[in-house]
Design a protein around this ligand. Structure first.
Ligand code: B4P
Length: 191
């Protein structure tokens, strides 16, 4: 089993690159953002609660997201590996993920961290907001709040995996193909 975390700030290209990586490596894609948006569109109790946080650019509480990932892992016992996209986003989520994977006897193999400047992030997300209909992509203030959440709560997650020498930084500016090739090179060198 090969478990990969694709890490980076909002708009760094995690979703974009995940689509290609799962097609190439046959991993099961677990995007907490996608799962939360699906809960919102189905108007489930979890979705209604999550929406209050997402609309303000804040992270959804850990206990909700951890429970969601735990059931998603249980739902795919035959997966040949998982690609975690947008998760873990806090130290508590990282510790919970390590415990869940320890129970399965299959730890995180690698964290690939996309590096993109703040101005480029804002530009990309405002552009996506023109067509995505995502309420968290249309307002620059909310986008900047998401980036602040990332720097205060999410960057410590990279430090957590750095202590196990599992983190590789990838230049996240350039063409989608160039970035994909850089990601694949790192994965291929470890398989
Ligand atoms: P997410 O859904 O995870 O998404 P994201 O951070 O907005 O974007 P991503 O990095 O995937 O960007 P993308 O490839 O699409 O989070 C949304 C919200 O959900 C969070 O704010 C939070 O509230 C909540 N949430 C999710 N997970 C959570 C968790 N674990 N705990 C708590 N809360 C959680 O790229 C963005 C744009 O850039 C696209 O338009 C794309 O086309 C463009 N782009 C991509 N690569 C490019 C390139 N190389 N050049 C130019 N443009 C590019």
């Amino acid at each position: 089993m090969f478990n990969l975390i694709l890490f980076g700030p909002p708009g760094s290209g995690k979703g974009t690159q995940s689509e290609r990586l799962i097609a190439k490596y046959g991993l099961k894609h677990l995007s907490t953002g996608d799962i939360l948006r699906s809960e919102i569109s189905r108007q489930t109790p979890l979705g209604m609660e999550a929406r209050n946080f997402m609309d303000k650019g804040q992270l959804v509480p850990d206990e909700l997201v951890i429970a969601m990932i735990s059931s998603a892992l249980d739902a795919h016992p035959a997966a040949k590996g998982f690609l975690f996209d947008g998760f873990p986003r806090t130290s508590a989520q990282a510790e919970a993920l390590d415990k869940l994977l320890e129970l399965k006897g299959t730890p995180i193999a690698l964290m690939l961290a996309l590096n993109v400047s703040e101005e480029e992030l804002v530009k990309r997300l405002l552009k996506r907001g023109e067509t995505s209909g995502r309420s968290d992509d249309t307002n620059e203030e909310i986008i900047r709040a998401r980036i602040v959440e990332y720097y205060t709560k999410t960057t410590p997650v990279a430090d957590h995996y750095k202590q196990f020498e599992k983190v590789v930084m990838i230049q996240g500016e350039g063409s989608v193909d160039e970035i994909f090739n850089a990601l694949c090179k790192e994965i291929d060198s470890r398989q």
